[in-house]
Structure formats: C-alpha cells, structure tokens
Design a binder for this molecule. Sequence first.
Ligand SMILES: [Zn+2]
Length: 97
Amino acid sequence: MSESVTSGAMGMTVESAFAGMTSVSPVVFRAGCPDCRGRFELTAGALRLAIGATSRTTFYSFTCPECGASVRKPAGERIVELLTGGGVRTLRLHSTL
Ligand SMILES: [Zn+2]
C-alpha cells in the first residue's frame, strides 16, 4: 500500500505552529465562583495550588474577580497536572505523620 505519510514536511509545520502558539496565547484556566456563580478565566498567576499528603488535602484556590470571595476547590490529579504545567504557583503542604 502507498498510504505512508511523509512525516518530514508535516513535522516542520506542526513544530512551527506550536512555537507560535506557546508564545502568543497565555495559559488560562476556566473557573467558577460558588458565591456569585460567576464564570471567568484566570491566568496562572491568579491561581494557587496546594498539594497535601492526600488528594483530600490537595486543592487550588483563587480570589473571585467579580465578588472578591476566596474560593477553594479540591484538585484531582488531572487538575494538578494542568495547573503545574501551566505555571501555577504550587505550595507543598508538609504533613506530620
Ligand atoms: Zn464570586
């Protein structure tokens, strides 16, 4: 079969496209406020991530830009990866066991 894709040209295209994306679009995270029920997008600098010993003590927090409430939500493994990968300040909580 002659359906093999020539990866040379495509590789270059994808590479340059990603290079442009990372420099142009900042990383934003969608969040919601339980107080005023507002929905907004936050940059990495507006979020904080606290990683505890267990998933129950791992959460992220931010201040609602609409009503000023401090919101704290549990963060699963996926969210932790997203936030840390996006440059969110991470605080590792020490537990005394
Ligand atoms: Zn709010």
